[in-house]
Design a protein around this ligand. Structure first.
Ligand code: MEV
Length: 322
């Protein structure tokens, strides 16, 4: 049996602007997608999604399954002979459901590919393969999620490349509130493209500001300046509002969070209109009593992850024998 786990991904700054070549900052978090691969007694690859309590065969095409299926197809294309006649069962288990804006699909691809490559004794660039899978399934993707999940830690995304920033973030405590997503990433990316075609100079200025914030976030992280970091992510949130990708619920939650004395800053993370909202906890605070927040009390939020830490490691493969 081979077990691999790939961290989920949070965006600290740079969403949308990154699509137009500006710098974005992402990080891997200590919530994971796990892939378990076992040998079977027949010639099938069977995929299981534990939390959905269903078993999918290769032919099935549920949206999350498509990513995992495409991973197998890609490996078949590149290393066909190695997959011939193999008998495995692949089980995918995740801390957070897909569509939350935490890069679940990318992490599932990274975990699946890492387990498969280990099983087949292939050494390949897992992050790049996962990116290629996302591209095939979605038609359009950035390397931000797949590379960050594979590499771990804090990453700097710039003009299609992703590099790791070597910053100690063991002091950092983040909270995440997950909201139902009301619009797809594809729609929101298109909305911003439409805005830009109408007002290119104005929108480019917003992208430039977002990029400057991304760079300052790196400085704040290096200096362990939680107050500065909080202010910067919050500014990024208001700039995302100027791109019209933030819904009313998210703004209400961000405002409530900012009124809490234990929160240094908050922003949406990802394309917008629901998904993840991150907040930075002030020094020496391990968690936050969120029940006191009225919006959350009114159960607009459907999941709270707190505290969340940066996962220093990226994808990991544990071999447990067959
Ligand atoms: C989505 O998480 C982030 C966007 O910038 C899209 C992308 O980078 O592919 C909106």
């Amino acid at each position: 049996m081979i077990v691999s786990k790939a961290p989920l991904v949070l965006k600290l700054a740079g969403e949308h602007a990154v699509v137009y070549g500006r710098t974005a900052i992402a990080c891997a978090i200590d919530r994971y997608v796990r892939a378990t691969l076992r040998s079977r007694g027949d010639d099938k690859i069977v995929l299981k999604f534990r939390d959905l309590r269903e078993e999918y065969r290769r032919e099935r095409t549920s949206s999350f399954f498509r990513y995992v299926n495409e991973c197998i197809r890609l490996i078949e294309e590149i290393h066909g002979e190695k997959l011939k006649g193999i008998e495995i069962e692949l089980d995918i288990d995740k801390d957070v459901n897909p569509g939350a804006g935490l890069g679940t699909s990318a992490a599932a691809c990274v975990a699946t590919l890492a387990a498969l490559c280990k099983y087949l004794n292939i050494s390949d660039n897992i992050a790049e393969l996962a990116y290629q899978v996302e591209l095939r399934v979605q038609g359009r993707a950035s390397r931000m999620d797949s590379y960050t999940s594979a590499l771990g830690g804090i990453t700097i995304v710039r003009r299609g490349t992703v590099e790791r920033a070597h910053i100690d973030t063991s002091w950092l405590r983040i909270g995440i509130i997950l909201l139902r997503k009301l619009r797809s990433t594809r729609e929101l990316v298109k909305h911003v493209a439409d805005l830009r075609s109408r007002e290119p100079e104005l929108i480019d200025e917003i992208f430039n500001l977002i990029e400057r914030i991304s760079l300052r976030i790196l400085e704040a992280l290096e200096r362990r300046d939680v107050e500065k970091l909080g202010k910067l992510v919050t500014r990024c949130h208001w700039l995302l509002n100027m791109l019209e990708v933030v819904d009313y619920r998210s703004n209400r939650i961000v405002i409530e969070l900012l009124n809490n004395t234990n929160v240094a800053g908050a922003k949406i993370s990802g394309a917008g209109y629901g998904g993840a909202i991150l907040f930075i906890l002030r020094d020496n605070l391990d968690s936050l009593e969120l029940k006191e927040l009225e919006v959350i009390h009114n159960s607009n939020a459907f999941k709270i992850l707190c505290p969340v830490r940066i996962s220093d490691g990226g994808v990991e493969v544990l071999e447990r024998g067959y």
